[in-house]
Design a protein around this ligand. Sequence first.
Ligand SMILES: [Zn+2]
Length: 470
Amino acid sequence: MKHLFLIFLMNLLHQYAGKSLRRDGSSLKSFEDIKNEIAGYTDIAKAIIDLAVHGKAQNRSYERLAVFADTIGPRLSGSKNLEAAIKYMFSALQKDGLENVHLEPVKVPHWERGEEFAVMLEPRNHSIAILGLGNSIATPPEGIIAEVIVVASFDELRARAQEAKGKIVVYNEPFISYGETVQYRLQGAVEAAKVGAVASLIRSIASFSIHSPHTGGQSYQPDVPQIPTACITVEDAEMMSRMSLRGTKIVVHLRMGAKTYPDSLSFNTVAEIVGSKYPEQVVLVSGHLDSWDVGQGAMDDGGGSFISWEALSLIKDLGLRPKRTLRLVLWTGEEQGGVGAKQYYQLHKENISNFDIVMESDEGTFQPSGLGFSGSAEARDIVKEIMTLLQPINVTDVYDPADGTDIAYWMRDGVPGASLYNDISKYFWFHHSQGDTMTVQDPNQMNLCAAVWTVVSYVIADMEDMLPRV
Ligand SMILES: [Zn+2]
């Protein structure tokens, strides 16, 4: 009898094992149920991978990007090129048969570098390769001729503040990581102006250099005088550092014709596959369409934009329609501080409860190894399980956190976020330089990136429940 009761109890326990009850009494799926639900996507994931990596869509995102990048070129905020890029994408997405293709207007900054040069006059004549930094003011038309002070850090600059007055500050900061070292590009002009410098030249934020200047954003501060600022090559920064350590006097002639125009009209470019069951709920995939005005913007962020487009194309080609809406957004004005994304957030945040996940690929489309993810522990476990579907291409890791200027607002407010995790060892060789061209991109790597992006976005968009939030 006792034995029978035990069996009865065991049965009862088994029945409820893994089921948890919500406070309102409705049953919550156990993780085992979710695992089974995800395992049900094994064949679809294989079909996506086959189509993207081996099948008819093989190399498509690369080839589409090549035509786009070769036709349009670089796409600086406020430029004719960016306008042409948006028109190009609007019609390409329509031709691709995607739904709700539309443009959402955004006012973006319009800065142009104009003509610029720097020449070393002393100790010898030498042409210094420069790229003016975004938002920099011009020099007077005749330029600035001044002696150089070379420093390796902000601390050194402050310690030698007396020497810096009336000079051009050259920063020769070592590259530690982009996040850390980029402070010199962002604030170099302000810090130099605070100690009375007349211009600043900043060693490019690059992990490798073949005499390439790397541009990027910088900003002034309201109470600090604005001085012209440009980046120089690692090679020239190091040479001037060696010269100054030997006590050699360096004089540079800097001329920059940069101009800031009134903000101009631009657009976030949007396309969708409308959800079959919960069309109001959204899985967002994205990259930014604008770039700096050098190279082709193929890597930053042509790659991310085109694998995001590819995700919708692959799903459409397979005749799939997820339960939720899969939305492609190609942001504008990212390089000027995420201007397009900020406006998008402000316009759409009232629907935040319907945003299942926001995804952005903006750190290259090289060999992928997984996904960066930000969200609750429960959501992370679900995403880890989804990544097992990518075992056929061995891209299954989940890293913490997700990264992406354009999705940051949503993640800050608790929406799960994901970014593509790939081999960025060469990313800062090319970033924001003339070297960011199609030559950097690899079709096989883009196929793999597209497969990862598509499987993740499709499965999340099609699962019965949205990802749990914090
Ligand atoms: Zn970017």
